[in-house]
Write a protein that binds this ligand. Structure first.
Ligand SMILES: *Cc1c(COP(=O)(O)O)cnc(C)c1O
Length: 396
């Protein structure tokens, strides 16, 4: 079995590039050039230097002793929370902005839901001195004020999407409209392994640095370059794709993808696409998505804004359907419990998204001698307001 995208942009029956004709030249330009450009030695040299000195890579692989005792297995945390801007997202935006420069683009657009991808994009645009326009739903602009402030401080224009539910999918529509209108000078940085081919494959390759480092770090720390389990949360699926990437064709490594169940799978307030989703087309690719009988996208819900996405990338749809990865779903309450557990056992405050992966630790059935890597996708600073509201420290 091969889990790398095929020549037509598909993972099994998922993927492809279902874009309006007006967008075809942009996507085609990217498809023809991305591999040629990103594996050039001078591109890799610039990217590796920035990942090291600016982003702060390699991120540590940390043996979590007290957490391991709690679950009676050997747990290592891949510390993506220690990256500049607090999550894995910058691995991808850094790669794409270097590509945009090589393609001669002057103007960068992006869409963002929670604002994390917007911040990671605005950051690399400031670094490179490129104009940055971030589309964001009006509702999300209100919900995510600190990230909006960060983007503006970094010099980005944050443009509200005022149609539909005024959230991520509406912001994406606005970004696509912009790209159609500005095909020559504009580059669209997509923030996860979603969108038309070649985006899912390109983003996975930029995030693959996570599992590349894991192999060397595990070799050094355990004497073996692979774990028994890799566990990662899935919104669109980019941190999971990066953590799984170099183990996709190694069946001895069990891959666990963790989605947000929100208030519960049956509650109508959920983002567990692998359970609730059906095949369809969203953001230019065929994948699993939550939709009504007549194909309208269902508004997802999770306490964690980064997992609040109505689909999964086509690679994950394929991993689910082929059974290569096990999918779990974790409720808001279970994730919150995992936040406090990691904080109190290890002194690390995780992002709500990453806490979903941690909460799956008692589901996977790991044995005492097993090595489990949890990809800690981000830090909890951005979620402090939620934590203060949900944990009642004054009563302790
Ligand atoms: C955005 C985000 C996610 C979800 O995105 P993926 O593409 O699924 O990785 C997970 N964790 C954090 C901290 C995020 O910011």
């Amino acid at each position: 079995m091969n889990y790398i995208v095929d020549d037509n942009g598909f993972y099994g029956k998922f993927g492809g590039a279902y874009v309006p004709e007006m967008l075809y030249p942009n996507v085609e330009e990217l498809r023809q050039n991305y591999l040629k450009i990103i594996y050039k030695p001078e591109f890799q040299k610039e990217l590796q230097a920035l990942l090291k000195d600016y982003v702060g890579r390699p991120t540590p692989l940390y043996f979590a002793k007290r957490l391991s005792e709690r679950y009676n297995t050997k747990i290592y945390l891949k510390r993506e929370d220690l990256n500049h801007t607090g999550a894995h997202k910058i691995n991808n935006t850094m790669g794409q902005i270097l590509l945009a420069k090589r393609l001669g683009k002057k103007r960068i657009i992006a869409e963002t839901g929670a604002g994390q991808h917007g911040v990671a994009t605005a950051t690399v645009c400031a670094l490179m001195g490129l104009e940055c326009i971030v589309y964001m739903g009006e509702v999300d602009i209100e919900r995510q004020a600190p990230n909006v402030a960060r983007m503006k401080m970094l010099g980005a224009s944050v443009v509200p999407a005022t149609s539909g539910s005024k959230t991520l999918k509406d912001a994406t529509n606005e970004a696509i409209r912009d790209w159609i209108n500005n095909p020559e000078d504009t580059y669209y940085i997509i923030g996860s392994v979603v969108g038309p081919h070649p985006y899912p494959d390109m983003v996975a390759r930029f995030q693959a640095v996570i599992s590349e480092e894991m192999m060397a770090q595990l070799q050094e720390q355990t004497g073996r370059d692979y774990p028994d389990y890799v566990v990662a949360c899935v919104g669109g699926g980019s941190n999971a794709a990066g953590a799984f990437y170099h183990y996709l064709d190694r069946p001895e490594v069990k891959l666990v993808a963790v989605e947000a169940a929100g208030l519960g799978i049956e509650s109508g307030e959920s983002a567990a696409t692998s359970v609730l989703g059906k095949e369809g087309i969203i953001h230019g690719s065929r994948t699993l998505l939550m939709q009504t009988e007549d194909g309208q996208v269902v508004e997802p819900y999770s306490i964690s804004a980064g997992l609040d996405y109505p689909g999964v990338g086509p690679l994950h749809a394929h991993l689910h359907q082929s059974g290569r990865a096990v999918f779990e779903s974790i409720t808001d309450d279970e994730a919150l419990k995992a936040v406090l557990e990691l904080t109190r056992l290890e002194g690390i405050i995780p992002a709500l998204e990453s806490a979903h992966a941690l909460a799956a630790l008692d589901r996977i059935g790991a044995k005492p001698e097993d090595v489990v890597v949890v990809n800690l996708s981000g830090r909890g600073d951005k979620d402090l307001a939620t934590y203060l509201k949900r944990f009642h420290f004054d009563e302790e």
